[in-house]
Design a protein around this ligand. Structure first.
Ligand SMILES: [Zn+2]
Length: 825
């Protein structure tokens, strides 16, 4: 049946930003193929690709394959090109798409064309129509062929001629143009699907990796495209940066390619790589299912910021600085002195530099072989018939031949296999007629290790894999570092640089020859873990709000977070977190609170109120406030269910409350009958809400640590406190006994929504920035049982020792929480 419609896909190969992008390979097909596939789903009489004469020949085969005709016209006068094409056919409605949009919503295209026709079939008239609100790159334009011819004849503006739509919508006085808000199903203006830049292209690769992993086949439906765009693997792209430098071995590259294959990540391989085996190893993984599009030689720019994962042995300060710019930098087994640049450190192969803290140390991420030796600890195992010498594909210290000869001497009947990566085997002359065999690097060596009785290698992945496979393992120290590592991790080891018969004998006799004890825990997927890290967020100092040019000093690292000290203001802050933001709703008070304190917030009301009476007393003493007739105003920010408002009221203050939990605010208003508003601080306008612009006292009890934008909050507090008035708050102390005695544990158990950790000794410096002067610091939360001396001696509560420690804790301000009272100056 005739539709009187034509689909025209506009295409040229001379794009400046991404030349030839329409034919660029995108996971096995050219970009254009996805466009044509989708547009072919739209009902029409004619399907055309409109291009220029230079591109015609190259595009023709793709057009034919997908049922499109190819029309060649002017390169720059796109409008003219459309008109010449329309002169060759008879059609009423044109549906125009462009060749850089592989994720077009064909359902929306069909609907908008139908809507356009409906308008023109009725009483109304429409020249041009498009849905607005679609992802950038998923929409089409619909217009009348006749109107386009008219519009073309009426404009000489070069801009109009270079494009199509503007000939209509830049002349709305003459043409009826409709921008229809797209139905909910298609309305995702925040998403981007077009391919304009290299980064866009990588996003498209991520989308298609997602489609492939979910067995979705094109042309893709709207829902599939939206689902992919919202997937973490698309939203949080990740680029692995392996070492491809000669001398570092091939383990880093293999580990990255393997993780990339598991997690759909990109792998950055620069053109100036020096590791000779790079291409053959990459090919091996591509044959095993990695997409060639996942290998990149440019790191995407800020339009598609990926997290960077380095696995490069030791980076320079400049490299770390460059890689950490504007995005998360996660480093595996990084040996550099400049690891403060890294948001996250993951140590997989226990490193010599284990003393430098890592966020996570776990050898369970080593991909262990499936094939392991089944023989047990009987004597047969000690029989040595097959020896593998494998110095990581490279052999910088030239130890392969001496090792082979030493083994031949000691085990004349054993078969000795040595892996040599050099193109020209320098040893071939020596080997002739002996029991030594030289082979090229082996694909999938990990699964072949179990065939050998002894594996000779240096400290690295292969050593761990061979131990796991049940082989005897002897390490040759190729560098001083390797020697130290071999010793540190109790490998059997030939410790000298020359391999003598006696040193070999010592190694063979070592009780560490079968070093099973090195292996820990369950197997884990590195790809999955890195995917989890890629959604992690880097945060800047909440007080200063900007990222410093040099990284701030790292204070503590743990599995889910990294803490730093701001070099500008001195605040300790959460600088990287993999934990999602919390919402403070009813659940916080009724579940979280109970989890933490063993009773509900309401059940605890009276004891919190009692604390409040004490605090109100301190404020009174400091400010001389209160008393009948002299009621002073007090604003409690984060008032929750109001225990402090009740205490303040009983202490002759005139209390006001604000909280982000509407439930809590309703309780304060209805049950306690104090004025309170539900509002997120610092967005509240107290002049409007309470008729009060400035208060005598502003308080925050265990609230201040929750602000991600503390600088803004303190500036607002400063405007809310009258000159000479009081600002008081309580918070966990970064100088209490828990923080002092076991810093890393303190930060590890610090709640995931505490963005700043206050150290009483630095509070005055920070508060002065906002016009406050610290008047009094009260150390609270004293826990003698957390002191090492009580832990060790097990002294009973109320014993002399206990009481002494308690007194000491008070005297030295070692409480785990602190109250800070300051005056507005
Ligand atoms: Zn700061």
């Amino acid at each position: 049946m005739k539709t009187n419609r034509s689909v025209i896909v506009q295409c040229r190969l001379s794009s400046t930003r991404l030349p030839g992008k329409a034919l660029k390979d995108l996971c096995g097909k050219p970009v254009l193929a996805y466009v044509l596939e989708a547009m072919y789903k739209v009902k029409a009489d004619h399907y055309f690709v409109a291009t220029d004469k230079d591109s015609y020949e190259q595009l023709l085969p793709v057009c034919k394959e997908y049922g499109f005709e190819c029309f060649a016209g002017s390169l720059d006068d796109v409008l003219g090109r459309f008109v010449s094409l329309l002169d060759t056919i008879k059609t009423k409605t044109v549906i125009r798409a462009t060749a850089d949009n592989p994720f077009l919503f064909y359902e929306a295209a069909e609907e908008s064309a139908a809507l356009f026709e409906e308008k023109n079939n009725g009483k109304s008239h429409c020249d041009y129509l498009t849905y607005s609100g679609l992802p950038h790159g998923s929409g089409v334009e619909v217009f009348s062929a006749e109107s386009l011819k008219k519009a073309t004849s009426e404009t000489t503006d070069p801009y109009d001629h270079e494009h199509v739509g503007p000939a209509f919508y830049n002349h709305k006085d003459r043409y009826v143009c409709e921008f229809i808000p797209a139905p909910r199903r298609y309305n995702y203006p925040e998403l981007r699907t077009t391919i304009d830049t290299y980064s866009d292209y990588l996003r498209a690769v991520s989308i298609l990796s997602y489609m492939r992993n979910h067995d979705y086949e094109g042309p893709y439906t709207t829902e599939q495209i939206i689902e992919a765009c919202k997937a973490n693997s698309v939203k949080f792209p990740l680029v692995m940066v392996p070492s491809v430098v000669k001398g570092h071995g091939t383990g880093h590259l293999r580990r990255c390619l393997s993780a990339a294959q598991q997690g759909g990540f990109f792998v950055y391989i620069p053109d100036d790589k020096t590791l000779a085996e790079t291409d053959s190893i990459v090919k091996e993984y591509i044959e095993a299912g990695l997409s060639a599009n996942q290998i990149i030689n440019t790191i995407p720019d800020e339009t598609y910021l990926p997290a960077i994962i380095t696995d490069t042995f030791e980076l320079t300060e400049n490299q770390l600085k460059e890689l950490s710019k504007n995005r998360s930098l996660i480093s595996i087994d990084e040996g550099s002195r400049y690891t403060d640049y890294c948001d996250y450190l993951l140590d997989i192969i226990p490193s010599y530099k284990c003393d430098r803290p890592a966020n996570k140390c776990d050898s369970g991420f080593i991909e262990m072989p499936e094939n392991v030796r089944t023989d047990s600890d009987d004597d047969d195992k000690k029989k040595i018939e097959k020896v593998l010498i494998c110095l990581g594909g490279e052999d910088p210290a030239n130890l392969t031949m001496p090792a082979a000869q030493a083994f031949r001497k000691r085990f004349p009947d054993a078969k000795i296999t040595a892996i040599i990566s050099h193109e020209d085997n320098p040893y071939v002359d020596y080997a002739g007629g002996t029991n030594i065999e030289f082979i090229k690097p082996v694909a999938g060596l990990r699964e072949k290790l179990y065939e050998y009785d002894i594996v000779v290698t240096h400290y690295g992945l292969t050593a761990f894999e061979a131990v796991y496979a049940g082989c005897g393992v002897i390490l040759l120290p190729t560098t001083k570092l390797h020697k130290k590592l071999a010793e540190k991790y109790n490998f059997a080891c030939v410790g000298e640089s020359s391999i003598s018969d006696s040193s070999l004998q010592t190694a063979l006799a070592s009780e560490n020859l079968y070093a099973k004890k090195l292996l820990s825990g369950e197997k884990k997927s590195l790809g999955e873990f890195l995917r989890h890290l890629s959604a992690g967020k880097r945060l800047s100092c909440p007080v200063c709000g900007k990222l410093p040019s040099q990284p701030d000093e790292v204070i503590s690292r743990n599995e889910s977070r990294t803490y730093r000290r701001c070099s500008t203001c001195g605040m300790v802050y959460m600088a990287f977190t993999t934990i999602e933001d919390k919402k403070y709703q009813k659940a916080y008070f009724f579940e979280e609170y109970k989890k933490q304190y063993g009773k509900t917030y309401e059940e605890d009301f009276d004891s919190i109120k009692a604390q409040g009476m004490r605090r109100a007393g301190i404020i009174k003493a400091l400010s001389g406030a209160g008393g009948p007739g002299g009621e002073k105003t007090l604003l409690d920010i984060g008032c929750a269910y109001g225990p402090f408002l009740a205490a303040a009221s009983e202490s002759s203050f005139n209390p006001f409350g604000t909280d982000i939990s509407d439930d809590a605010v309703a309780y304060v208003q209805k049950k306690l009958k104090y004025p309170a508003v539900c509002s997120a601080f610092p967005e509240i306008d107290t002049a409007e809400e309470f008729g009060i612009a400035q208060f005598d006292v502003v308080t925050m009890w265990y609230v201040i640590e929750h602000f991600k934008d503390l600088g803004r909050v303190l500036r607002k507090v400063s405007t809310l406190v009258k000159k000479g008035g009081t600002f008081a708050f309580s918070t966990p102390s970064g100088e209490g006994i828990s923080a002092v005695s076991d810093k890393d544990h303190f930060y590890e158990i610090s709640p995931s929504d505490h963005y700043t950790i206050w150290e009483p000794s630095r509070a005055d410096t920070i508060l002065r920035i906002f016009g406050f002067k610290v008047e009094k610091i009260v150390s609270t939360g004293h826990h003698p049982e957390r002191f090492p001396s009580i832990k060790k001696s097990g002294a009973e509560k109320s014993s002399l020792k206990w009481n002494l420690v308690d007194a000491y804790s008070h005297a030295r301000g070692l409480g785990d929480t602190v109250e800070i009272y300051c005056r507005k100056i």
